[in-house]
Design a protein around this ligand. Structure first.
Ligand code: MG
Length: 415
């Protein structure tokens, strides 16, 4: 049996600013990355999930791009329920394998939406997640998907630890907590069940506005399993939640550093690209790609932090498609491998070794370019230069050498 097609929707359409941040909390930074970026990375990295689509609010395109770069998204509706519906409808229109990129505005003006290919090769399972819950583990996703073998839906649940009681100004009756649960997201459903439940919900205001999708599936007669939730999945709402989340995150991340080294030959008649910047000079670097020795060394340092081989592993010099290639894409690929596993790049340090050209006049432009490529602040990128006292190949002007170090934090690993 082939693996059923599984999609994930991240609902990030809220405009709430209860977090105290001037921007909606899902786009606010948490340890240097948007809140939304954490769950996006977790869902994208899960092997059972084929596709992740973000549902954003109207006018949040720029915030989404700043948070995640170019990703697939759908514009949501006036409530959480209508936003999820917009996402489900977009998934229903996917034509199966080989389809193009989805950027769906909404039903009314979505001219680009392909026709539905029918249920047989469409989405079979969907996870619906709130962007304000950043710390999503693969184990929770595994439990949810496993429960779909026997249920129409599944939700992560935590036991209630506190005493619960009714009351207004005065304490009333205590509520037995034994059978009560706190329900989290993501919630997983068989896709046709979730779509039918959402399509069938009254739009005339006659029904209560649901606070999650599981209650809609239950109202439509579906069965929903409870699986073990995760205290890490707590929702971020208030300013204090950000501080607590940063503390939780800090305990799960391990610092790693790695180095990279590269050399390229200087030749007459080549363009000189260094640190992603074209530098006027009477010689340029030759080699595989644009031969940007600085970006190659940083790329290797970043790959080193996750033990993901070296630049040649990912972009073999023997492959003609990398001939003359812009090395920026090598650097960004290495960075994406780190962020896909929930990692954060903290710092990059580079030393260039050459007699000529002088690096000082180009240092600022290189730092800005590298920071831009890695989505870092300029002060997270250091560039130094040295001559080798006219000794060796760099001293004779035959080539340029570059040495880089990168520091990252990545989740997991033994202590
Ligand atoms: Mg190289």
């Amino acid at each position: 049996m082939t693996n059923p097609r599984t999609a994930a929707l991240i609902v990030a359409a809220g405009t709430g600013v209860r977090s105290g941040s001037p921007i909606p909390k899902q786009y606010a930074p948490l340890c240097g990355k948007a809140v939304l970026a954490y769950s996006y990375a977790a869902l994208s990295a899960h092997p059972a999930i084929d596709r992740v689509i973000v549902v954003i609010g109207a006018g949040q395109e720029a915030a989404l791009r700043a948070a995640l770069g170019e990703v697939e998204y759908v514009i949501g509706g006036a409530s959480r329920r209508l936003s999820v519906l917009a996402g489900l409808e977009a998934l229903d229109r996917l034509p199966g394998e080989g389809r193009g990129r989805l950027v769906v505005a909404n039903d009314a003006n979505n001219a680009a939406a392909p026709a539905s290919a029918g249920a047989t090769d469409g989405v079979a399972r969907v996870l619906i997640h709130d962007a304000a819950r950043p710390f999503l583990s693969a184990a929770v996703i595994d439990r949810l998907l496993a429960a779909l073998d026997t249920h129409d839906g599944a939700v992560p649940a935590l036991p209630v630890a506190d005493t619960l009681a009714k009351g207004d100004a005065e304490l009333g009756e205590t509520v037995p907590r034994d059978s009560l649960h706190r329900i989290q997201t993501p919630q997983a459903f068989l896709f046709p069940t979730a779509l039918a439940a959402h399509r069938g919900w009254p739009n005339d205001g006659s029904g209560d506005e649901p606070t999650d999708d599981a209650q809609m599936v239950r109202a439509a007669g579906g069965s929903v399993a409870l699986v073990a939730g995760d205290p890490m999945l707590e929702k971020i709402t208030h300013p204090a939640d950000f501080a607590a989340a940063e503390d939780r995150l800090a305990t799960t991340l391990r610092t790693r550093m790695a180095t990279g080294f590269d050399v390229h030959r200087l030749e007459v008649g080549e363009e000189l690209w260094l640190g992603g910047v074209k530098i006027p000079h009477d010689k340029g670097l030759s080699g595989h790609s644009d031969a940007d020795v600085a970006l190659h060394a940083i790329t290797d340092a970043l790959l080193g932090t996750i033990a993901a081989g070296d630049i040649g592993t990912h972009f073999p010099p023997s492959d003609p498609q990398w001939r003359g290639a812009d090395s920026a894409q090598f650097l960004q690929h290495a960075a994406s491998l780190i962020t896909e596993r929930g990692g954060i790049i903290d710092f990059v340090d580079l030393t260039l070794m050459c007699e000529e050209p002088k690096i000082g006049p180009h240092r600022a432009a290189m730092r800005d370019r590298i920071a831009d490529l890695l989505q870092l602040d300029t002060d997270q990128v250091s560039i130094k230069a040295t001559t080798t006292e006219r000794l060796g190949f760099t001293g004779r002007g035959e080539g340029i050498a570059a040495q880089a170090a990168a520091t990252v934090r990545v989740p997991g690993g033994k202590k």
